[in-house]
Design a protein around this ligand. Structure first.
Ligand SMILES: Cc1ncc(COP(=O)(O)O)c(C=O)c1O
Length: 279
C-alpha cells in the first residue's frame, strides 16, 4: 500500500519545487510530523513558512470545522458571517488608518491583488522589486520574483524592474562588506528612473528577503524605500508571507515595517504568514 502510494506520488503529482522527501507523510501535530513508516520527525521546515503556530493548531482546526459546518464557500456576492467577524477582528487589531481586508487563499494571490490595486490606484504599471525576492507563481507575482524559477516561462508581465538587494555579505554591486550602506538602493533607483516609461505603480518587498538568503535589510532601509515610493507616486507593498508571524512576535530587524512602525508608515500588509496548517 505504502509503496503503491509512493509510486502514485511519482506518477500522478505535478510539482514545481525541488525534490520531495522519499517517504510520504501520514499526520502531524504541533512541531512533529509522522511519516509513512510511523517515524516521528521534528519539523524544522514549517517554522519557516507553513505552520508557524504548529501543525493542526486546535484553534485553527476548530475554526475550519466551524466553517465547514456552517458556511464555507459561496458565490462572491454572498458574504458569510464568519468572514465579516474575521475582518472586524483584523480591523480592531490593525493600526489606524488600516481597516479594510481582502481575504485570499495564497501568498501569490495576495501579492497579485496588491499589485493590481496599486496599478488601479496610480494608473501606472511599473513595479520595483528586490533581487532575491520571492513573491509567488501567478503572473504578476512571478514577474516580481527574482530569486529563482524565472526561466522557461516566456515573457513576463511588462514593467517589472529589479533593484539590487541589500545583501551586506554578498553585496550585489561589489561595494560593501558586512555592513550595507544602501548604495545598492541608490544605484537601483537610478537604474529604474533611467529605464522607467513614466508609469510607476508599486514597490514590493519582503521585510526579510527569504528565498534570496534570509537577508535582513539595514536599519532605515524601509524608510528610504518609502521615500523613494513617495517621490515617484508609487504604492508600497510588504510581502509578509514568511516573515509575518516572526514580526508579530517581535523577533525581526528594527528597520523593518513591523506592526508598530505601520502606525506612521502604513505599508500594505500584503500577505500574512500561514499558520497552523492553513493559509
Ligand atoms: C515571501 C513569499 N511570498 C509569496 C509566496 C507565495 O505564496 P503561495 O505559495 O501561498 O502562493 C511565498 C511562498 O513561499 C513566499 O515565501
Amino acid at each position: 500500500m505504502d509503496s503503491d502510494l509512493k509510486n502514485d506520488a511519482q506518477d500522478l503529482l505535478i510539482r514545481y519545487g525541488g525534490d520531495a522527501f522519499p517517504n510520504l507523510f501520514r499526520s502531524a501535530k504541533g512541531s512533529i510530523v509522522i511519516d509513512s513508516n510511523g517515524r516521528e520527525i521534528l519539523d524544522f521546515t514549517s517554522g519557516q513558512m507553513c505552520a508557524t503556530l504548529g501543525h493542526n493548531h486546535p484553534a485553527i482546526t476548530r475554526a475550519i470545522k466551524e466553517s465547514c459546518d456552517t458556511a464555507l464557500h459561496m458565490f462572491s456576492g454572498m458574504i458569510p458571517e464568519p468572514v465579516v467577524k474575521l475582518a472586524k477582528a483584523l480591523a480592531d487589531w490593525l493600526p489606524s488608518p488600516l481597516r479594510k481586508s481582502l481575504l485570499l487563499s495564497t501568498g501569490s494571490e495576495s501579492n497579485e491583488a496588491a499589485l493590481r490595486l496599486a496599478k488601479l490606484a496610480t494608473g501606472g504599471y511599473e513595479v520595483i522589486a528586490l533581487g532575491g525576492s520571492w513573491h509567488g507563481t501567478t503572473g504578476g507575482s512571478a514577474a516580481a520574483t527574482f530569486a529563482s524559477d524565472r526561466r522557461g516561462y516566456g515573457p513576463k508581465v511588462p514593467g517589472n524592474h529589479m533593484i539590487p538587494e541589500p545583501n551586506a555579505y554578498r553585496c550585489p554591486i561589489d561595494h560593501c562588506r558586512d555592513s550595507c550602506d544602501m548604495s545598492c538602493l541608490n544605484v537601483g533607483l537610478k537604474m529604474f528612473d533611467m529605464a522607467s516609461d513614466g508609469a510607476p505603480a508599486a514597490i514590493i518587498a519582503e521585510p526579510v528577503i527569504s528565498a534570496g538568503g534570509v537577508i535582513v535589510p539595514p536599519a532605515g532601509y524601509f524608510d528610504c524605500l518609502r521615500d523613494a515610493a513617495q517621490q515617484r507616486g508609487m504604492r508600497r507593498s510588504a510581502d509578509r508571507v514568511r516573515s509575518g508571524r516572526c514580526e508579530l512576535f517581535g523577533c525581526q530587524a528594527r528597520s523593518c515595517p513591523r506592526h508598530h512602525d505601520t502606525i506612521q508608515d502604513p505599508w500594505w500588509w500584503t500577505a500574512s504568514s500561514r499558520d497552523g496548517h492553513q493559509p
